[in-house]
Ligand binder design. Structure first.
Ligand code: ZN
Length: 55
């Protein structure tokens, strides 16, 4: 199982959300809870879900 580190809170998780939280900035991977919080930002864009678990 692979994990990524959330770029906002630095927690490791096996399901990450690719989001943009500022205009013109790079895409970042964030955990579910940071993704939920980011949804209120006006520049929020969702770019997909990354899963480290193999099915
Ligand atoms: Zn986070």
């Amino acid at each position: 199982m692979k994990t990524k580190i959330c770029e906002i809170c630095s927690i490791a998780a096996d399901t990450m959300f690719r989001v943009q939280i500022a205009s013109g900035k790079n895409w970042i991977f964030v955990c579910q809870s940071c993704c939920e919080k980011s949804k209120s930002l006006t520049q929020y864009k969702y770019g997909g879900t990354w899963k480290g678990k193999r099915h």
